[in-house]
Design a protein around this ligand. Structure first.
Ligand SMILES: NC(=O)c1ccc[n+]([C@@H]2O[C@H](COP(=O)([O-])OP(=O)(O)OC[C@H]3O[C@@H](n4cnc5c(N)ncnc54)[C@H](OP(=O)(O)O)[C@@H]3O)[C@@H](O)[C@H]2O)c1
Length: 272
């Protein structure tokens, strides 16, 4: 479904393989509304790749998102708290920008720097996991920090970049949630703070979907599965490549009819 191109040949292929780019970049969401690449789309639209902005892209899932979207021909804006030390991300060859999602000034500065630029797809990926067990072990400062990054962070970033998303063709907001955020699937408890932060993120996405539906903006949450990153640890069952390939396939199929939904990385709907 996704073409894989060498970075060197990227632009040639983007221009030559317009229809393919339309499909990939298609977050055919967008596709469904404004990007009918290969049929009646305006020439200018066919030729320009779409833009994705990814938060927390210096390692883990964010880094793999950046790699895969760059390979697929997207314009990638990858954010990191400390761009100067984001060695692996800088090696990907995408646009790297500073962003701490828990810092209102940092978010405002990013929005200011991107003023007037369109964004087709926002991926709210940055997150933290304090890994606590029982309620007694729970540190409430950690809980607050987790809400700040995992819940308020995506709210803040999404609000700041709404003008850019409204200008984009993709009009898609994806927040990376977790299976641990599902109330219905919670039969094992623990992880106080993290579970609630993701359940609240899910509720935010659902509310925002309702608010933005008439504008054609698609807003969903996707769970990456259990993945071998710093957060997921070495025993997780999925590689970042598998998880991101799956999530990109989910994203590529979205249409406005899917707004306000919750997906697993493998395309299965998740229970709230
Ligand atoms: N891995 C899993 O099994 C799993 C499962 C379910 C859900 N998730 C979710 O998937 C997303 C990515 O997780 P991951 O596994 O890639 O985690 P990770 O390896 O720990 O990476 C987390 C990323 O988030 C960034 N980040 C943390 N706080 C931030 C802040 N205040 N502002 C901006 N960026 C910040 C980190 O940047 P620094 O390097 O600067 O700290 C890093 O780039 C998270 O939302 C997580 O909750 C992961």
């Amino acid at each position: 479904m996704f073409e894989s191109v060498s970075r060197g040949g990227l632009w040639r292929q983007v221009v030559a393989g317009v229809a393919a780019v339309g499909m990939v970049a298609g977050v055919s969401v967008a596709g469904a509304q404004t990007d009918t690449a290969g049929s009646g789309a305006p020439e200018e639209m066919k030729k320009s790749p779409k833009t994705v902005l990814i938060t927390g892209a210096n390692r883990g899932l964010g880094l793999e998102f950046a790699r895969q979207y760059a390979e697929a021909g997207w314009m990638v804006i990858a954010t990191a708290r400390r761009p100067e030390s984001a060695t692996e991300l800088n090696a990907v060859g995408v646009r790297v920008m500073q962003l701490d999602v828990a810092d209102a000034k940092s978010v405002a500065a990013l929005a200011h720097d991107l003023d007037g630029d369109s964004i087709d797809l926002l991926i709210n990926n940055a997150g933290i996991f304090p890994r606590v067990g029982t309620l007694t072990e729970t540190d409430f400062d950690d809980v607050l920090r987790t809400y700040e990054v995992n819940t308020i962070g995506p709210m803040r970033v999404t609000r700041a970049l709404l003008p850019n998303l409204r200008e984009g063709r993709g009009k898609t907001i994806v927040s990376i949630t977790s299976g641990l955020g599902s109330i219905e699937k919670n039969t094992s408890g623990r992880y106080y703070g993290y579970r609630e932060s993701k359940a609240a993120l899910n509720m935010f996405a659902r509310s925002l979907a309702t608010e933005l539906r008439d504008e054609g903006l698609i807003c969903v949450v996707v769970a990456p599965g259990w993945v071998r990153t710093d957060m997921g640890g070495p025993n997780a069952n999925l590689s970042p490549e598998e998880s991101i390939t799956g999530m990109r396939a989910v994203i590529a199929k979205l249409t406005i009819a899917d707004t306000g939904t919750y997906w697993d990385y493998d395309g299965e709907p998740m229970p709230w």
